[in-house]
Design a protein around this ligand. Structure first.
Ligand code: SF4
Length: 336
């Protein structure tokens, strides 16, 4: 480790290790050296910037990342994603060090379900099984019966007996989509993702008219106003697979723009157009995901900070519904 004293309180305040990096350093090379030196694995979400995706040992969506975190033999997990994802890795690996490039990489969807309000909501609906989307805090996971991701949500809901009432949290758009898909009448928590709620139906329809040969593919966190026009709806991994294997050569992609990097890499001859958001900005990047940079990734590996730490009681309570999800996913042959 470099011979510089890092003040933990300062890291917590800023969210990341704020140390100047020698501009002559080749960070791609240095990160590879640190991986070996520290027996570290870099897990990155598809929404991370391209440089981070290119140094990752594994790139995936929430389900794939949780599965990788569950089976890694590394001593240190470097989680290039947002806070709840790194928390999930820690819940699964209490004895391993889990670091996140920027502690402030949060999630508007996870933030939309504060623990105290959710506890009260649960009390208003006694006898309900709680299925929570993985995009929630450890506190919400600890109050849930089963966790799900957009890849396995349908299978998870279908694993619950038909006469059992269900609360689905925290994403109301994904919940509404799943009600349609499964025919189950679930009670929905009123949360949403700021990135997937921003797409403009009007601009997408205009784009479709300009590119009649393009297929619209969308993440189920999008609103019904967008999903009703989609040629295909799926999790980030499912969208990637569809874009690569489908006969079409052009796609309008309604999810975070980070996935376009892998789509372009895996299908270099095809055209991918990011679906336009309903604002003046030309992009639909997740501002939380994009807080992580290659520099912060290098620094968190070098100084092993900021580290994810958690209350053991919460961890144990949050572990159960995640394990339940992993078991159901495995039995259904979903990834892993
Ligand atoms: S894209 Fe949405 S759900 Fe994903 S991390 Fe960003 S705010 Fe959260």
């Amino acid at each position: 480790m470099a011979d510089i004293n890092i003040n933990e309180a300062d890291v917590e305040l800023k969210g990341f290790v704020d140390v100047d990096i020698n501009p002559a350093l080749d960070l791609f090379h240095e990160i590879e050296v640190l991986k070996k030196e520290k027996n570290a694995v870099v897990l990155a979400h598809y929404y991370q910037e391209p440089d981070i995706q290119d140094v990752a040992d594994y790139i995936g969506d929430s389900l794939g990342l949780a599965q990788q975190a569950a089976k890694t033999s590394a001593d240190m997990i470097v989680f290039a994603g947002v806070h709840f994802m790194a928390e999930t890795a820690k819940i699964l690996n209490p004895s391993k060090k889990v670091v996140l490039p920027d502690l402030k990489a949060g999630c508007s969807l996870a933030d939309s379900a504060p623990a105290a309000a959710f506890k009260a909501f649960k009390e208003q609906h006694p006898g309900h099984v709680v299925i929570s989307y993985i995009n929630c805090t450890a506190d919400i996971k600890a109050m849930s019966d089963i966790i799900c991701t957009s890849s396995n949500a349908q299978k998870i809901i279908e694993s619950v007996p038909a006469d059992q009432p269900i609360i689905f949290a925290p994403d109301k758009n994904l919940g509404a989509y799943l009600i349609k898909k499964t025919g189950r009448d679930m009670v929905l928590w009123n949360g949403a993702c700021m990135v997937h709620e921003i797409f403009s139906q009007q601009k997408i329809l205009k784009l479709k008219a300009q590119h009649p040969d393009a297929k619209l593919i969308a993440h189920p966190e999008c609103e019904e106003a967008i999903l009703q026009y989609a040629d295909y709806i799926g999790s980030t991994t499912q969208l990637l697979k569809f874009a690569v294997t489908d006969a079409a050569n052009k796609f309008i992609v309604a999810t975070e723009t980070g996935i376009l990097h892998q789509m372009q890499k895996d299908a270099p001859g095809k055209t991918f157009i990011p679906a336009p958001p309903d604002n003046m900005c030309a992009c639909n990047d997740c501002p939380h995901m994009k807080l992580n940079t290659l520099e912060k990734l290098y620094l968190c590996m070098e100084y092993e900070q900021p580290e994810i730490l958690m209350d053991e009681q919460i961890r144990l309570a949050a572990l159960k519904p995640i394990q339940r999800m992993l078991e159901i996913s495995k039995a259904a042959g979903l990834g892993g």
